[in-house]
Design a protein around this ligand. Structure first.
Ligand code: SAH
Ligand code: SF4
Ligand code: F3S
Length: 443
């Protein structure tokens, strides 16, 4: 079967990924599923036999990117009518056949829970538009993760979907209900990745720290899962994203204290520092509860670097609410953060609420980002003179240079002509640039 596939020239698959890391992971799994159909990845869209756009619906701009990209594909499709165009991901889930109505050049539409059926869809053995939430688990129907060469740092989805229904967010609708993958599958996939040269795994989920499962001795929480992963020989670094503050259980905080492989970095979105807005967002915690949680985490792991997400201009946000958010940022001190102007999303509870004036929201966003930028700079400065682990992921911009991630997830450029991708080295940080650090090999 493999021989047949190599005897005929391999077909080329071009994938463009928008949105979050879970989409990056899904794109890899789709590429692996398509490999069994004789497709190999290409970086050159003009050479592709199939173009797959793995989309994001989180903000209006993210969703609109799909349509501008599809518009740009029209001449290629006109030139080569047998080119297949597929739309996957969260816009596929949210808009379904509307996509084909608006853009008839699209051949396939597949949601995030049905992409294991892509090969069948291509063969015409499954409908061309598949966006249901099927009873079977897609991971049971995808090929084992052997098809592609491995980089030293990999993603592993352990949890999907969301039951939290924040008033602004499409994820519960596009990804469906919260589901945790079983312990044995996760451990098997992690071991498989490590056997292929992976040294760092980032566990993924929309509410990754809400993961739970049946393990040895009974019900496991996410902290217990991390302990089990830390026992895998050769797995040097563990990270996870994205977490909800209400799911930061004690066993997870203790894992940050006890497990050296668990990196001192935590992305913990808070969205706002105003209790009134947090309530309107349906976040189910107050600013003070978040601050007390941060205190407990810092007690467990004093050097932890915290990052977050903020939404500015949520309906009803006043100057005072905005000031409360700035104050929370001052109190925590973030390593970096993503901040977005609120974007009303069809089908979410906040969609019809009166919007904050656009110019006011823009000004607040600028002010908030200026503060976060100062904190990012300060966090990077605090690394100067320190010796940190860096896992080399690729060559740097200059000859003889490598670039990798520090324990705190900063990109670090290092002069290391002898080094290989996948080396985990000790580096002294000597310089801070706008979005990266520079370091020197130690020893
Ligand atoms: N599960 C994660 C977030 C997933 S979405 C969590 O609970 O934090 C990633 C980020 O996009 C969110 O944290 C939020 O800051 C932002 N976001 C989500 N919906 C948005 C909207 N309608 N407008 C602007 N930003 C939004
Ligand atoms: Fe969206 Fe809230 Fe769920 Fe995060 S917790 S995915 S922001 S609904
Ligand atoms: Fe976007 Fe879907 Fe991820 S909406 S952020 S791709 S879960």
């Amino acid at each position: 079967m493999t021989q047949d596939a190599s005897a005929t020239a391999a077909k080329k698959l071009f994938i463009k990924t928008y949105g979050c890391q879970m989409n990056v992971y899904d794109s890899q799994r789709m590429a692996e599923a398509m490999a069994s159909e004789g497709y190999e990845l290409t970086e050159d869209q003009s050479q592709a036999d199939m173009v797959l756009l793995n989309t994001c619906h989180i903000r209006e701009k993210a969703a609109e990117k799909l349509y501008s990209d599809l518009g740009r594909l029209k001449p290629l499709k006109a030139e080569r009518p047998d080119l297949k165009i597929g739309v996957a991901g969260c816009v596929a889930q949210a808009e379904g056949e509307e996509i084909v109505r608006r853009m008839p050049l699209v051949d396939l539409v597949v949601g995030p829970q049905t992409y294991h059926r892509l090969p069948a869809m291509l063969r015409g053995e499954a409908p061309a538009i598949l966006t249901e939430f099927p009873p079977e688990d897609k991971f049971d129907h995808l090929p084992e993760r052997r098809a592609t060469r491995r980089a030293p740092a990999a993603f592993l989805t352990v949890q999907e979907g969301c039951d939290k229904f924040c008033a602004f967010c499409v994820v519960p609708y596009t990804r469906g209900a919260e589901v945790s993958r079983p312990v044995d599958r996760i451990l098997r996939e992690a071991r498989d990745l490590v056997a292929r040269g992976v040294r760092e795994i980032t566990l993924l989920g929309q509410n990754v720290n809400g993961w739970h499962g049946e393990g040895e001795g009974g019900e496991w929480g996410f902290g217990r899962l991390i302990r089990a992963l830390a026992e895998i020989d050769g797995l040097d670094r563990i990270r996870y994203t994205t977490s909800h503050p209400n799911d930061m259980a004690d066993d997870l905080i203790e894992a940050h204290r006890d497990i050296p492989q668990l990196m001192p970095y935590l992305h913990l979105p808070v969205q706002s520092g105003s209790d009134r807005i947090l309530k309107a967002m349906n976040r189910k915690h107050t600013a003070d509860q978040y601050l007390r949680l941060i205190d407990r985490i810092k007690t467990a792991r004093p050097d932890i670097l915290l990052t977050s997400d903020f939404i500015v201009g949520f309906p009803g946000e006043t100057d005072q609410d905005h000031a409360d958010t700035l104050r929370l940022i001052e109190q925590v001190g973030f390593g970096t953060a993503f901040s977005f102007k609120y974007s009303p999303r069809p089908g979410t509870p906040a969609y019809d609420r009166p919007e904050v004036d656009g110019a006011v929201a823009d000004a607040r966003l600028q002010e908030l980002q200026a503060l976060l930028n100062r904190q990012q700079k300060a966090a990077q400065q605090s690394m100067l003179g320190r010796t940190l682990g860096v896992l080399f992921e690729k060559p740097g911009r200059e000859p003889g240079q490598m670039v990798g991630k520090s324990d705190y997830l900063h990109s670090v450029f290092v002069e290391a002509p002898e080094a290989q991708i996948g080396d985990l080295v000790q580096v002294r940080i000597v310089e801070s640039a706008p979005n990266s650090l520079r370091g020197e090999l130690v020893g």
